[in-house]
Design a protein around this ligand. Structure first.
Ligand code: HEM
Length: 518
């Protein structure tokens, strides 16, 4: 037993917390065991639940969960097949690990499964869960998604704010030029670039100079912690009766993080409300505030809470996802000098060494786009997507998936399935040469942005930022590992996947003139 409580303690801050939870659970086990015997129903009318590992009464499989959920789930699929059940306390978890079954869930039965089982921390982070990510499928979700795509994430708006992306990326390149020959944290620089672009679109905010690195590091830490908490198993989700106790302290930590962002949002909203009259082109916050005044769609009210929740979605959903993906890509390319050479050759022939990369070059860089696809295959930013949840009891592959189950689609494992991908662990952009796979989510062998109604709302923006950033980084500099260090490619699980160790690398300018870095 002490082994189990030690094992479990990995999810807690202290051993005392772990012991308290562990003994409460053991106490409840006895009660549950008796109840299970009493309430055992003859439920032969429905098909069975998917198979799965045997668990303990009441707590089910909770004790055996590994923090690296994506690899752990991938391993279980080898024993239990492409659909299996995990008993997570009072909740049923179902893990899907094949393109055929992912299609059944995300396409064929999309309207049923396009819902979320909102975790306690999701509610805490997003003002009760009234944002795009956590709102159930329905008119409110449609309205929120429509306004974001129309006013911020669609191609027309993205075209109109290219100047913003350009300014931020040029600033990053200039900053890196100033650091030439010294080690820099690539992920942190990418994070602050994406953050500045997003906050620039939201309310015109931007940070410059040395403050960039400092603020970037702080925001990165907050967003990183938020996404880690969103991915961590929380007792309160599995035993709602225990939610009040917040045994792991996860809810309290998320509340603190969300508060930090809320203060910034409040300040920005206050400033915008003070601005009167028309100041030319509007930023996203102004559009949202105006929408609030006109009460949104005819039947769906749009409140200040929605405004803040959407700001949170854009900041949390857009930053880490994009910057971690670029960081993985740079690391993989550094690990394969022949790929680096090919990318730089393409850039030199399309852009030239006497010129700087513009976003308009992106469509002329076919090899770089294969690199992006391959990076998102090997390290999909959301390895288990955002878990889905059926709004009604459904049948998938002849098994029952009860209403309210938490459905994990393991896109990470599908992207590494050797029956689909030759040498799946090898970083080989050429595998995408035949143009068979794109980001539309139509082919469930490859869907880094998800598929169906809940597909990523920011795909167009992510694609532009990823390609433009990667092209600029590799065109402007050669990259090397600092002396005495080794390149690490390991992953760390969170709802957003990240590098286990940050990529620290040394940039060496490679363009013809210092003015190209200004
Ligand atoms: C490389 C970058 C990115 C990747 C790989 C990515 C991937 C994903 C995935 C897999 C989902 C979940 C789909 C599902 O639940 O089935 C998602 C949802 C979402 N993403 Fe992204 N994303 C990226 C960047 C962005 C950006 C830049 C934004 C916005 C600024 C964004 C906004 C959202 C939103 C709002 C959702 C929730 C959609 C919904 O529930 O309806 N993402 N993303």
């Amino acid at each position: 037993m002490s082994f189990l409580s030690n094992y479990w303690s990995r999810w807690f801050n202290t051993d005392d917390e772990a012991r308290l939870v562990f003994s409460s659970i053991i106490g409840l086990v006895a009660v549950a065991w008796i109840l299970t015997l009493l309430v055992k129903k003859s439920s032969n009318r429905n098909p069975p639940l998917p198979p799965g590992p045997r668990g303990l009464p009441l707590i089910g499989n909770l004790l055996s969960l590994d923090p690296e959920l994506h690899t752990y789930f991938g391993g279980l699929a080898k024993s239990y097949g492409p659909i299996y059940t995990l008993k997570l306390g009072g909740k049923i978890g179902v893990v899907i690990t094949s393109p055929e079954l992912a299609k059944q869930v995300l396409k064929d039965q999309d309207t049923t499964f396009a819902n979320r089982d909102v975790p306690v921390v999701g509610r805490e982070a997003a003002y009760g869960g009234v944002d795009i990510v956590w709102t159930p499928y329905g008119p409110e979700w449609r309205m929120l998604r429509k306004v974001c795509v129309r006013e911020m994430l669609g191609n027309a708006t993205l075209d109109s704010v290219y100047g913003l992306r350009r300014r931020e990326l040029r600033q990053t390149i200039g900053y890196l030029h100033g650091k030439a020959g010294t080690a820099v944290d690539v992920g942190e620089q990418m994070f602050v670039t994406v953050l500045n672009v997003i906050t620039g679109m939201l309310w015109g905010g931007t940070v410059k100079g040395e403050e960039r690195a400092g603020l970037g590091a702080e925001f990165k830490e907050v967003v990183g912690e938020m996404t880690a908490l969103l991915g961590a198993p929380n007792i309160s989700d599995f035993f709602p009766a225990l939610e009040r106790l917040d045994l792991q302290g996860i809810q309290k930590r998320m509340k603190g993080l969300a508060k930090r962002f809320d203060r910034i949002f409040e300040k920005m909203i206050e400033q915008r409300l003070k601005m009167s009259g028309d100041h030319g082109s509007k930023d996203f916050l102004q559009i949202l505030l105006q929408m609030k005044e006109t009460h949104g769609d005819a039947n769906t009210p749009f409140t200040i809470t929605h405004v803040k929740a959407l700001l949170m979605d854009m900041v949390v959903g857009g930053t880490d996802t994009t910057s971690n993906a670029v960081e993985f890509a740079v690391a993989e390319i550094m690990n394969r000098p022949e790929i680096m050479a090919k990318v730089q050759q393409e850039l030199d022939s399309v852009v030239g060494k006497d010129n700087i990369v513009e976003e308009s070059h992106i469509n002329k860089l076919p090899y770089l786009s294969l690199v992006m696809k391959e990076a998102l295959r090997l390290h999909p930013s959301l390895p288990l997507l955002v878990p889905h949840c059926p709004s009604a009891t459904s049948v998938v592959a002849g098994y029952t998936i009860p209403k309210g189950a938490r459905v994990f689609v393991n896109v990470w494992a599908i992207h590494r399935d050797p029956s689909i991908w030759e040498n799946p662990l090898e970083f080989r952009p050429e595998r995408f040469c035949d143009g068979k796979w794109d980001y539309s989510g139509n082919d469930l062998n490859y869907f880094p942005f998800g598929s169906g109604r809940r597909i990523c709302a920011g795909t167009a923006m992510a694609e532009r930022m990823f390609m433009y950033s990667l092209a600029s980084l590799l065109h402007s500099f050669d990259w090397s590992v600092p002396a005495g260090e080794r390149l690490d490619l390991e992953e760390k699980f969170g709802i957003v996947l990240k590098k286990k160790l940050p990529l620290v690398a040394v940039p060496t300018p490679r363009l013809s003139h210092p003015s190209l870095y200004e």
